[in-house]
Design a protein around this ligand. Structure first.
Ligand code: HEC
Ligand SMILES: [Cu+2]
Length: 328
């Protein structure tokens, strides 16, 4: 960024700019997170002041040689103080737990229909791919006012996708998909960081999130040189890796049909029932022996080490895109 004050948006969010204790809040979720932070700060600050205050008062009052009254307090008084203290602190702790827990649950559940962007982290860059196949590196263009859901994985070590202005941070792990969602509310440029020490150039693993007006985003994304869409690439890989040899309707091998599988419960040979989500599809491809579908032989070979993470995302996008009626 060549902005004079790197890290802060070019415009918007003037509310907190009078004091740069923390970056402007630029997502619909940021307000609650800040609220929890401030409440905890006030809570801890009050207890700190109380403890330090009593420490100072007692040190002076009961210093050696002072004439203050010493000895035990009446028992009723000690008891009441103790009960009152526990009641107040318990109430505050449970209240904070409820508030933070409820917030976390919302932050974990992306709304249906969120704009889905795939992110692959590697030492030391962020690669993003939009639904229409447009790709970018160390930049993320997104429309204002629309929920955005990131489906992320890493090609090497653990990274962490962090946008301070959105108050959102999520670890990105090799061999797993993690998700994160937010609704940007302010147009502008915001810092994107890696928040997990991931090697020599960790400090330089970052970039910017560019929040644009919805029409500007539509124009931007349409103007990008488009690769094939993710699902189309996935279809090509599905054929190239020989998946279709077993899974196509025309195949003579006894293998499950994959159309309409995504999101459905699957009955496994060992009696468990699991939902076919991204993680399940991923495991089915990399460790087919782990979750064998009921009524099938475990003949599917493992593709671990054969299919890389980017390809896996494409294949899964393809499987997700298959409607039940398109059985192939
Ligand atoms: C040799 C034949 C064969 C090949 C090749 C093969 N599979 Fe399979 N696949 C199976 C069989 C049989 C099952 C059911 C038993 C199991 O779960 O392991 C299965 C299960 C699956 C499942 C879970 C299905 C469900 O209903 O829950 C997925 C997803 C899957 N395969 C995807 C793929 C992909 C993607 C490829 C290519 C990278 C592939 N398969 C290649 C035979 C094959
Ligand atoms: Cu990193």
């Amino acid at each position: 960024m060549n902005d004079a004050s790197p890290g802060w948006p070019v415009h918007g969010a003037a509310l907190t700019s009078w004091v740069r204790l923390w970056p402007p809040a630029a997502s619909a979720q940021a307000g609650t997170v800040d609220g929890i932070f401030v409440a905890l700060l006030v809570f801890c600050g009050a207890i700190f002041l109380l403890v330090v205050g009593l420490l100072v008062v007692f040190s002076i009052r009961y210093r050696r040689g002072s004439r203050a009254k010493r000895g035990m307090l009446p028992e009723v008084l000690t008891r009441d103080i103790e009960i009152g203290w526990y009641a107040v602190v318990t109430f505050l702790a449970v209240f904070m737990f409820g508030w933070a827990g409820a917030t976390q649950l919302t932050l974990d559940a992306p709304p249906p229909g969120a704009l889905e962007i795939h992110v692959v982290a590697k030492q030391w860059m962020w690669k993003a791919e939009h639904p229409n196949g447009a790709r970018e590196i160390n930049e993320l263009h997104i429309p204002r006012g629309e929920p955005v859901r990131l489906v992320m994985t890493s090609q090497d070590v653990i990274h962490s996708f962090f946008v301070p202005a959105f108050r959102r941070k999520q670890d990105v792990l090799p061999g797993r998909f993690t998700e994160m969602w937010f609704t940007p509310t302010e147009e502008g440029e915001f810092h994107l960081l890696c928040a997990e020490f991931c090697g020599t150039s960790h400090a330089r693993m970052g970039g910017r999130v560019v929040v644009m007006a919805p029409e500007a985003y539509a124009a931007w994304v349409a103007a990008q040189p488009q690769g094939d869409t993710l699902a189309r690439q996935g279809e090509a890989l599905f054929n190239a890796y020989g998946c279709s040899g077993c899974h196509a309707t025309s195949s003579s091998v006894h293998a499950p049909r994959l159309a309409g599988l995504y999101g459905r419960p699957v009955q496994l040979a060992d009696g468990r029932t699991v939902r076919a989500d991204d993680a399940y599809l991923r495991d089915s491809i990399l460790q087919p022996r782990r979750d064998v579908v009921a009524g099938f032989q475990p003949i599917m070979p493992s593709f671990a080490g054969v299919i890389d993470d980017g390809e896996l995302q494409a294949i899964i996008a393809y499987l997700r895109s298959l409607r039940p009626e398109e059985a192939r």
